[in-house]
Design a protein around this ligand. Sequence first.
Ligand SMILES: *Cc1c(COP(=O)(O)O)cnc(C)c1O
Length: 463
Amino acid sequence: MRYISTRGGIAPLRFQDAVMMGLARDGGLLLPETLPTVTADVVDRWQSLPYQALAKEILALFIDDIPDSDLEDLINRAYASFAHPQVTPVTKQGDVYILELFHGPTLAFKDVALQLLGNLFEYVLARSGGFMNILGATSGDTGSAAIAGVRGKAGINIFILHPHGRTSPIQALQMTTVLDANVFNIAVRGTFDDAQAIVKAIFNDLDFRDRHCLGAVNSINWARVLAQVVYYVYAYLTLRTQGERSVDFSVPTGNFGDIFAGYVARRLLPAGCIQTLILATNANDILTRFVNRGEYSRGQVRATSSPSMDIQVASNFERYLYYLRGEDGRAVRADMEGFAATGRLDLSAFTGRVCEDFRSRSVSEEETIATISEFYRRYDYLLDPHTAVGVKAALDLRDSGRPVVCLATAHPAKFGAAVSQAIGSEPPLPPALAELTNRESRCTVLAAEIEAVKTFVAANALR
Ligand SMILES: *Cc1c(COP(=O)(O)O)cnc(C)c1O
């Protein structure tokens, strides 16, 4: 399997090179040259596999430059850190199914991808004799999952900027209590936007970037999407053992990464296994406007109780656009250049096709809180605000003839304030979070200035 760019401007790459490249050099995103499909008898054979073995079967369809036994080892080590034996279990609450993706070390779904990505980076670097310095900015979730994914790994240092005093205390502790020598937390005296602007500026200094082998872990890395394909198939197979043959999924969406993995799973399985993907957004509804009206246009980012979805430009959207455009890299390049210049893209000619893949709805703050409250009252089950957005959209848009699986992307205790608004009290902290307050922590506070961060990175980078 070779990897190509959505903008058609690079020579095909092996999987290992695609993982290390992240963003394609022509500015596009990497995709497999062809999307693999499996037949019904393969699905039969997969039916009884545990999560790790299923992951190995699926990943091997996309990876041909890592020997089977090595791939197995990378997968087994990645998911050994999950607290649930099924890794991503499915539960039924009322008349929806909940796919719990929050049993990883930082209690958010990003662990599913980043636990594997950290192992892949280490594996590839060990073989090439190279090293990398990962640099990123976070408002909370991604940073802690990235740190958990690469802590203690050989050949990798990680530098994560967060806005000093502006993440939730628990999210800050999830990062700063990681004391491995390769982990550097930087609290900048500024906002998340300041932190992100600094990281962007440093990546744009090509000389600095090359000298220190800077790498990123953002959601455009193909390996992250691939790791997420597995749980869609796993959930489908779980319902299949109960006699279901066709299911829908509801996905709370920000960067389009998670739901794009659902799209790949839908194309991987025989037709009809995964019927509709429900794309749920909060007040930041650019993707809902795209699905329902064919209008992809940037708006103002609004702060909501589901902050990991407070995104206007969805970085993985270009991958789906590539298929809409009939795998024509030139057309994608023209679209993206037009979007960069004007902030809008008219895709209304495609709404018919898009509506076969997705249904979408934007969920308000009031609806989110009411959904958490109602679910708790009726089923004694706590939803985090991101998950609640997906559940609300599912209840509204579902087809009554088919089961719907809602992706639960974070543990409710990570978003205690929103949950407390809904049920009147904060959810109890699970032991893994509660004990953090007593732990030693380490963090460097810096001014929100590019030079200050560069100096710190240069002094502590692997070389
Ligand atoms: C990142 C995140 C999302 C959105 O995922 P995308 O891949 O960006 O669509 C949803 N919920 C939580 C809790 C997240 O951390």
